[in-house]
Design a protein around this ligand. Structure first.
Ligand code: ATR
Length: 282
């Protein structure tokens, strides 16, 4: 019998998860299928009951259910518990177990672009939302030189540093403070929604003061090259877009469900192809 996997969220119609997971199932000769399901907040409890009774083997969770899903799960792994958010659920022996692959997905994607070990880098995270929280929490475990967080709403940056850094060196900054300190950072990680399609001309920060050999990451993948990455490229800085994080968090979910590793290069090609890009920028 075909095993069924899926995604629950709202909206899900533009998700590329079905494309990349179904392609990986095919490549590995797995008779499985991945389907996106549009689930309203008011229907979440019924959707979970349906997943259990229909025997769906695992699923991803996206906005707006990443936090609210937790009350319906039988168990949640340690890092998802700490983060208070789940993006992957495994349905095994009648139990639903929650995981969060966002932070580790980002970590996997940045590794090949780092010119020195993670712990030797000074890092700036721009933004203090859900994505920033997962990235900050994961990177802090390596105790880099420092990780500063800047955000439009300063209190949210303070909150992340106080609750998710486990004593990590670094401080909360306004965007303006970070902009003038930019030469201090080896790695700049943009996690806000600024610059995302359709508002592609927008930038959260100016890179004027960034130092020559720094790496600028933007977790946005649509567009493939945000205005921020264009500025970084024009300055001769190293860049990384969000395709790698999207692919690696999916690959980690895939591994939780199947115990197998999908071809991440192929997943990236599918995403880049769907977004009208010509080459994989990773
Ligand atoms: P995600 O889960 O994708 O991280 P989120 O939790 O809604 O999304 O967080 C969005 C981030 O983008 C926040 O850091 C937000 O800043 P605030 O905390 O001040 O709201 C940031 N952001 C979104 N739109 C912004 C804008 N127009 N200017 C500055 N920051 C913005």
């Amino acid at each position: 019998m075909k095993h069924l996997y899926g995604l629950i969220g709202n909206p899900v119609s533009h998700s590329m998860s079905p494309d990349i997971h179904n392609s990986a199932f095919q490549d590995l000769n797995l008779n499985y299928y991945y389907q996106a399901f549009h689930v309203e907040n008011s229907d979440l409890a019924d959707a979970i009951k349906g997943i259990k009774s229909l025997g769906i083997k695992g699923f991803n969770v996206t906005v707006p259910h990443k936090v609210s899903i937790m009350e319906y799960l039988d168990d949640v792994d340690e890092s998802a518990k700490q983060l208070g958010a789940v993006n992957t659920v495994l349905h095994e022996n009648g139990k639903l177990i929650g995981y969060n692959t966002d932070g580790n997905g980002f970590l996997q994607s940045i590794k090949p672009s780092l010119s020195k070990p993670l712990e030797k880098n000074s890092i700036l995270v721009i933004g203090a939302g859900g994505a920033a929280r997962a990235i900050y929490y994961t990177l802090s475990k390596f105790a880099p030189e420092k990780i500063d967080i800047c955000n439009r709403t300063l209190e949210k940056a303070v909150y992340l540093i106080e609750h998710f850094g486990a004593g990590q060196r670094g401080e909360a900054l306004t965007i303006q403070e970070a902009e003038s300190n930019l030469s201090e950072y080896d790695v700049i990680i943009q996690t806000t929604t600024i610059g995302m399609h359709p508002d592609t001309a927008e930038k959260p920060i100016s890179l004027k003061m960034a130092k020559d050999n720094s790496l600028v990451c933007d977790i946005i993948y649509n567009p493939l090259k945000t205005a921020l990455l264009k500025e970084a490229e024009a300055k001769g800085l190293q860049t990384l877009n969000g395709v790698g994080m999207l692919v690696e968090q999916a690959a980690l979910s895939f591994h939780i469900w199947t115990g197998m590793k999908p071809n991440t290069e192929k997943m990236a090609e599918i995403i880049v192809g769907k977004l009208g890009g010509e080459h994989v920028n990773r």
